[in-house]
Write a protein that binds this ligand. Structure first.
Ligand code: ZN
Length: 409
């Protein structure tokens, strides 16, 4: 049962973007002298800073957890009349997000269990801290500065408006559209039912794909459905429903939908059954075009290449037999990984006179949140970078004063 919310402060409850650089530099005297530059999020019927009071009125507890210092957090909470039951600031824990310690501290102060709370934040480190603490994470889409970073470390749900958080009995129906259909849930489709993934052309993902080495893989119905889709048409109906729902909520209507084509060595086009299933669900304005793109040649060793090598190797691999006379084309792929394939497909469509291309994938592949504790002192290890050589290694978070333990990555 849901008993409490844990909510981040900066860019979640209040818009402190004007002071972001100063906060990151920890130039607190400047920040404190310019607090009038911190603004409410006012574009919506409910402002984010009003959420805690509204949630508490519904009988829920609220903790504010922030990586900012206590003197700053207390001043902001006072200025915006933000109600709360507990505050965990930078000074209150030894470790900070993405470590779970601040969330665990909030659970302790609120007297609730990890399974009874939702953690709301705008950044990838909030998602990571939630994951390590075993807490359901919600992305505060209204404060997100970098959707590309957030979508590769995506929260369990994404809300674009603060008011969505108040629909307490519907929270379970407001996950990503493809994940909901994979679970046989009829979702309440909203602005956060799919992940904006940034990029040019714009990319969207209808859910998250967890690789096999991620502990979330086993319980992710969508991840397993997408693996099955590589060899079987059975998931086509489910994925078609997700695609059609996504198109009803997207602020853009494509004239045509085309897919990333199979390689010459593949005799099965996995999108063929999907297109059969989605065609009857589309509006009259949108049409499916099979073979809108073709793959002319196989690239040896593509999977092992780095991003830059891939981008070069893939050039000229795809052709389109059509001229897309000023049409809007949605390009479809199953899982969005590094994105070179779809970028090259989009380039070919645009070179063949498409007016605008956007890219949709059923899922974006997700970062694996590894957590490693220092064998010498039990503090969490961090991935660090040697400033001179650029080499990445595990370093103890107690470095340099408390502990000097390092390990190769
Ligand atoms: Zn250590």
């Amino acid at each position: 049962m849901l008993k409490a919310f844990i909510i981040d402060l900066d860019m979640t409850l209040v818009d402190s973007s004007a002071l972001e650089d100063w906060r990151h530099l920890k130039f607190w005297s400047h920040v404190m002298a310019n607090l009038d530059q911190v603004k409410p999020f006012t574009f919506s019927s409910v402002s984010a800073h009003e959420l805690p009071a509204r949630l508490r009125k519904s009988g829920l507890k609220v903790a504010v957890v922030t990586s900012s210092p206590r003197f700053y957090a207390e001043e902001i909470l006072k200025r915006f009349n933000i109600e709360f039951d507990a505050l965990v600031a930078y000074d209150d824990t030894e470790q900070h997000k993405p470590d779970p310690e601040p969330i665990n501290k909030a659970l302790e102060l609120l007297g609730v269990q990890a399974g009874e709370v939702v953690h709301v934040g705008d950044a990838a480190i909030d998602v990571q801290a939630s994951y390590h603490a075993g807490v359901f994470s919600v992305g505060a889409g209204w404060g997100v500065q970098n959707f590309d970073a957030l979508s590769s470390a995506a929260p369990d749900a994404l809300f674009m408006y603060p008011r969505t958080l108040l629909k307490l009995d519907e929270l379970a129906l407001r996950g990503y559209v493809a994940e909901s259909y994979a679970l046989d849930i009829q979702p309440k489709v909203h602005a956060g039912s799919f992940l904006p993934c940034g990029g040019t052309p714009p990319r969207y993902a209808l859910g998250r794909y967890f690789p096999r080495e991620d502990s979330r893989h086993a319980t992710s119905k969508l991840s397993n459905l997408l693996l099955e889709f590589k060899n079987s048409d059975d998931p086509a109906g489910t994925l078609a429903k997700a695609l059609a729902s996504f198109l009803t909520r997207l602020d853009w209507t494509p004239d045509y939908i085309v897919s990333v084509p199979p390689k010459p060595s593949q005799d099965r086009d996995r999108f063929s059954a999907l297109f059969d299933a989605v065609e009857p669900l589309l509006s009259d304005d949108t049409h499916v075009i099979r073979n809108g793109l073709q793959c002319e040649k196989e690239i040896e060793g593509y999977k092992g290449m780095r991003a830059l090598e891939r981008a070069t190797a893939i050039r000229g691999v795809f052709v389109s037999p059509y001229t897309w006379a000023n049409d809007r084309v949605l390009l479809l792929d199953d899982v969005l990984t590094t994105g070179e394939t779809v970028a090259e497909c989009a380039r070919v469509l645009l070179a063949n006179a498409a007016a605008e291309v956007r890219i949709a994938a059923f899922a974006r592949d997700q970062q694996v949140f590894a957590r490693k504790l220092c064998p010498a002192c039990n503090r969490p290890m961090r991935v660090r970078t040697n400033g001179t050589t650029g080499t990445r290694f595990w370093g103890c978070s107690g470095w340099p004063h408390e502990c000097q333990h390092t390990e190769n990555l």
